[in-house]
Ligand binder design. Structure first.
Ligand code: FAD
Ligand code: NAD
Length: 406
């Protein structure tokens, strides 16, 4: 009998976890497993704010895919997916095509720019290793340039962060630490540097625990961040932005605008499958309701939280849990027999956000609030756990965060 082709698109948290789980569950004779990813490495998307601020090197946040897959069971294809043809069960790549019997769509997120003029062209995004590295290099360049001009340009030292959600706040935590170092390195008075956060809601991290929001805001203000709350970013130009608050507009000059105000699913999903808010509203088995041989997980999938009536937020935590169910269901289908398909239930393990390498805040174990050093240790434990789950002890020891005292 012909072995079925399982094709997994994307080697992020969802796709790579599905692959490593499947290679344990299936034998070489059960299926042909193919993993497709743009790069030959996986990056820890949850560490990208550190790469983008320059507090860790890009290589710290990535590892080779071949180091965690079993080459005898999984065929890795480094290529870019350009479309998915569900009618003909084909995936079109920049450099070829792949036929599938079962497909896993785990292509992740991209920045949501909401049609705001100039953002795509002029703002920096924390979206992958390359965009994060470019932002870090850009900030370094302007600090280096500042003292090498007769007429000093303040806009070189004004850094705007659009969005005060988790990404914006974690980035600010890293950036404030990094800017202190850059000022020492480039002979710049720290008071010269303006770091401005623009958040459309009346508070940063709208909806999160108010005590923890206050902790994060006070910490960042003490480190020199200016918050513009209730202010919508309306336009981004190469030399500044326009914001609007209570109908009044204000221009802020800056050569660095970072857009961290939300994400959407990879736009390929909307082009190829039926979507709701750009994502596939999956069945409890994590299938596309219109194509039962297509599974969709991670930031490309939409699952409603029955308690709140709103979709679960897109996180690595949920992507990895979905991957386990997806791998189980695929293995069960491929092996035939009487196994039951699992229904996905989210097990919320909490939320912890960093404020640089030695400070953090969050909620764990249901409703326990943590902040400061304890939270920062917890954040590192969470980061290490994800490496352990994907690549085992070896990967965790090689790439993990163990600097809990500094
Ligand atoms: P991704 O991890 O985005 O992986 C998608 C993969 O697909 C990537 O390898 C990409 O290169 C590849 N790909 C994309 N397009 C193509 C294509 N056309 N062809 C081939 N390959 C392609 N979540 C948490 O739970 N905890 C956190 O602390 C946390 N911190 C975060 C910090 C930051 C700065 C950011 C930006 C996000 C954070 N998140 C966090 C959210 C989390 O990173 C995402 O929810 C998670 O990465 C989604 O996983 P995924 O597998 O769906 O996609
Ligand atoms: P988000 O949607 O959580 O936050 C975006 C913020 O930008 C919101 O506060 C929104 O009010 C604001 N905003 C939107 N448009 C704006 C505008 N025009 N002007 C000013 N402000 C505007 O997005 P995110 O922070 O990118 O996070 C994406 C996902 O990743 C979320 O699900 C988040 O939970 C997850 N994440 C988790 C962690 C963590 O657990 N530590 C860290 C980072 C990201």
């Amino acid at each position: 009998m012909k072995k079925p082709n399982i094709v997994i698109l994307g080697a992020g948290y969802g796709g790579l976890t599905t692959t490593v789980k499947l290679q344990k569950k299936l034998g070489v004779n059960d299926a042909n497993i193919t993993l497709v990813n743009k790069h030959d490495y996986h990056y820890e998307a949850t560490w990208l704010h550190e790469v983008a601020a320059g507090t860790i090197a890009p290589d710290r946040a990535r590892f080779a895919i071949k180091d965690v897959i079993d080459g005898s069971k999984v065929n890795f294809v480094q290529d870019t997916v350009t479309s998915i043809d569900v009618e003909n069960k084909k995936v079109v790549l920049e450099d070829g095509e792949l036929d599938y019997d079962y497909l896993v769509v785990a292509l992740g997120f991209e920045a949501a720019t909401f049609g705001i003029p100039g953002l795509l062209e002029n703002a920096f995004m924390i979206g992958n290793i390359n965009s994060s590295r470019m932002l870090r290099e850009h900030i370094d360049y302007h600090f280096a340039k500042y003292n090498n001009e007769i007429e000093k340009k303040q806009e070189r030292l004004n850094i705007i962060v659009g969005g005060g959600g988790f990404t914006g706040i974690e980035y600010l935590g890293e950036l404030t630490n990094r800017v202190t170092k850059l000022c020492e390195e480039y002979d710049i008075d720290r008071n010269q540097v303006r770091i401005i956060n623009v958040e459309g809601a009346p508070s940063i991290m709208p909806g999160f625990d108010p005590q923890l929001v206050e902790y994060a805001m006070n910490t960042l203000e003490e480190r020199g961040v200016e918050f513009k709350l209730g202010s919508m970013l309306k336009e981004c130009r190469p030399d500044g932005i326009t914001i609007e608050k209570d109908g009044e507009q204000e221009d802020i000059p800056s050569l660095t605008t970072v857009w961290a105000a939300g994400v959407r699913a990879n736009s390929l999903v909307e082009k190829s499958l039926e979507t709701n808010r750009g994502k596939v509203e999956v069945t409890p088995e994590l299938r596309d309701p219109a194509n039962e041989n297509v599974f969709v997980i991670g930031d490309c999938a939409l699952i409603m939280d029955k308690e709140t009536g709103r979709p679960y937020p897109p996180t690595a935590q949920i992507a990895m849990q979905e991957a386990e169910v997806c791998a189980h269901n695929l293995a069960t289908i491929v092996k035939g027999g009487s196994g039951e398909l699992e229904h996905f239930e989210f097990n919320n393990l909490g939320t912890v956000a960093s404020l640089g390498h030695s400070d953090a805040f969050g909620v764990v174990f249901g409703n326990k609030k943590i902040f400061g050093w304890t939270a920062s240790v917890m954040k590192k434990v969470i980061d290490n756990r994800s490496l352990l789950k994907i690549g085992g002890l070896g990967l965790m020891l090689k790439k993990g965060k163990f600097n809990i005292f500094g």
